[in-house]
Design a protein around this ligand. Sequence first.
Ligand code: SF4
Length: 179
Amino acid sequence: MNIEKVIAEALEHGFTLAAPLDVSTFDPQQSVRDLCAAGKCRWFGKSWSCPPAKGSVEECGNELKEYSCGIIVQSTAELEDEFDFETIMELGDTHKENFKNFTAWLYDTYGCKMLPLASDVCNHCEECGYPEQPCRHPEIRLHPIEGYGILVSDLCRKNNVPASHGKDTFTYISCYLFE
Ligand code: SF4
C-alpha cells in the first residue's frame, strides 16, 4: 500500500485534507462510548454500525489492531458565522458523498482488507434493520469513529493534523485503515 499515492487520490476525490494515520495512536476509551450511551448521539442502540452492536471497547480495540496503516481525511468549509447551518449541512453531504465514492474506489483499486471509519452513522439503507433484521450490507457498512471509543480530536492531535481550522470553519473527519 503506497500511502502517499492513496493520500493524493483522496485529495483528487474532493477531501480538503488527507494525511497519514499512525495506527498505534488509537486509544479506545470507555468514556467516549459512555457519551454515546448517554444520548450525545441519537443513534445509540439504533444501528448495526453503532454501540452496543459494535461490541465492547476491548473488542473494538482488537479489531483496530488488525490494520497496519491508514489515513485521516477531512472536509473543511468556511462559515458565514457560527449559525451558518446551511453550509454545515451542505459540507456534511459533500463529505459523505466523497467518503462513499472514495471507499468504492479503494475497494475497486486495491481489493484489500480495509476499515472505513466514518464521521457519521451508516446510512446505506433508508431504515437500518437493527435489531430485528440482520445488516443488509455488512461488507460495505460504515462505522462511526466514536463507536470504537475514539476521541477524534485526540486522534488528530496525535497524528499532527488539526481537528479544527479556526473560528467560523467547520470540519468533518473520517479515516481509512488498511491491512
Ligand atoms: S447497511 Fe443498512 S442495515 Fe447495515 S448498518 Fe448500514 S443502514 Fe444498517
